[in-house]
Ligand binder design. Structure first.
Ligand SMILES: NC(=O)c1ccc[n+]([C@@H]2O[C@H](COP(=O)([O-])OP(=O)(O)OC[C@H]3O[C@@H](n4cnc5c(N)ncnc54)[C@H](OP(=O)(O)O)[C@@H]3O)[C@@H](O)[C@H]2O)c1
Length: 324
């Protein structure tokens, strides 16, 4: 299937590496706002077509799937235009800046009957697939709690995406979406019925540290995220009969299962490419099967996660420019 990559920044370069490892994928086009970046990216990566006009790219009948590797604030507009042109979209996380925008994106994708998925790549790597299997088999008993952190220190460049409110900057949307998505995956994909949170706004006007306790039908997730703090980014899933440990869970290469205080199993499978290949394989296999969304990262769950992110921000009076 033929892909067009939109944006030439950090994540597009990583995703491209993963996509190259997918047998059924051709990268046929790149879109950049600047002609020189588009040309340079296409030459460096040996991509046949480069565009500076997004709509012109959408008119290209050779292109099946659009990958959006652009700042969160741009996702809605790019995705809606792609759906109207009947193109499938894999959209970087968070799929939108808020639930209101994501609702509109989902409605447009469904109306046009085209595939749409949030690029929550961590869900598709082999250790996370194994964790879902362990949980399905009840190997740690009844699941009671999840604890997960994702935080790091970004370079202090206030104009760039991470720290800039106009580009949807802040820890919660960039990094906090991972532990929340993990908890959601484990606790059934619905919005928590109760959320208690603390969110600290930094000098550039975006959230630099966030902690939240979320209750999913009485089961508890404890998450923290940060943009200017080096954290240990592990996740734990606790059950009545044991627990699972995912070291560095966003870049998960292995999962450890501990049951009954005696049994310990370490799952560390061979990892193909850099891991972004697995989400791309999911997109292709869904489209080949005639599906317009993934069962592993369903759209209603992405929307529930977006509502959770909104609730945490709004509890702490944090809104993006132009948000009501
Ligand atoms: N899945 C992951 O592991 C992962 C990791 C990092 C980021 N992300 C997500 O990917 C998205 C992009 O993050 P990034 O770190 O790659 O950002 P980045 O390095 O700043 O790159 C974003 C690119 O988007 C393009 N772009 C289009 N419209 C833009 C606008 N209005 N302002 C700025 N750039 C614009 C630019 O390419 P041109 O100049 O060529 O147009 C830019 O290079 C974010 O939503 C982020 O949350 C995901």
């Amino acid at each position: 299937m033929n892909w067009a990559l939109v944006g030439t920044g950090g994540i597009t370069n990583n995703f491209l590496t993963g996509l190259r490892a997918v047998a059924d994928a051709n990268i046929v086009a790149v879109v950049s706002r600047a002609e020189e970046s588009a040309r340079q990216f296409s030459v460096t990566h040996n991509i046949e077509k480069s565009y500076t006009d997004y709509d012109q790219m959408l008119e290209d009948p050779a292109i099946d799937i659009i990958y959006l590797g652009t700042p969160h604030t741009t996702h809605k507009d790019y995705a809606i235009r792609a759906f109207s042109a009947k193109k499938a979209v894999l959209c970087e996380k968070p799929a939108a800046i808020n639930a209101h925008d994501l609702e509109e994106m989902i409605a447009t994708a469904r109306k046009n009957h085209v595939f749409f998925m949030e690029a929550m790549w961590t869900r598709f790597v082999p250790p996370l697939c194994k964790v879902r299997e362990w949980l399905r088999y009840g190997l740690i008993g009844e699941i009671k709690m999840v604890e997960a952190n994702f935080g790091f220190s970004v370079p202090w460049k206030p104009a760039e995406r991470w720290l800039n409110p106009a580009l949807g900057g802040g820890a919660l949307l960039d990094a906090g979406v991972y532990p929340i998505s993990l908890a959601s995956m484990i606790f059934g994909g619905k919005k928590p019925e109760k959320i208690v949170s603390i969110l600290n706004i930094g000098k550039t006007g975006v959230d630099e540290e966030v902690s939240a306790v979320l209750s999913y039908n009485g089961r508890i997730a404890n998450i923290s995220t940060a943009l200017c703090t080096k954290m240990v980014n592990d996740a734990y899933i606790y059950g009545t009969n044991g627990y699972i440990h995912l070291p560095d869970f966003v870049f998960s290469h292995h999962a450890s299962l501990f049951t009954d205080g005696k049994y310990h199993y370490n799952y560390e499978p061979e990892f193909i490419s850099n891991g972004y290949n697995y989400e791309a394989e999911e997109v292709i296999s869904c489209i080949r099967a005639g599906k317009i969304e993934s069962d592993i990262m369903p759209l209603d769950e992405s929307l529930a996660i977006a509502h959770t992110l909104d609730t945490i921000r709004f509890q702490n009076n944090f809104k993006y420019p132009g948000e009501k």
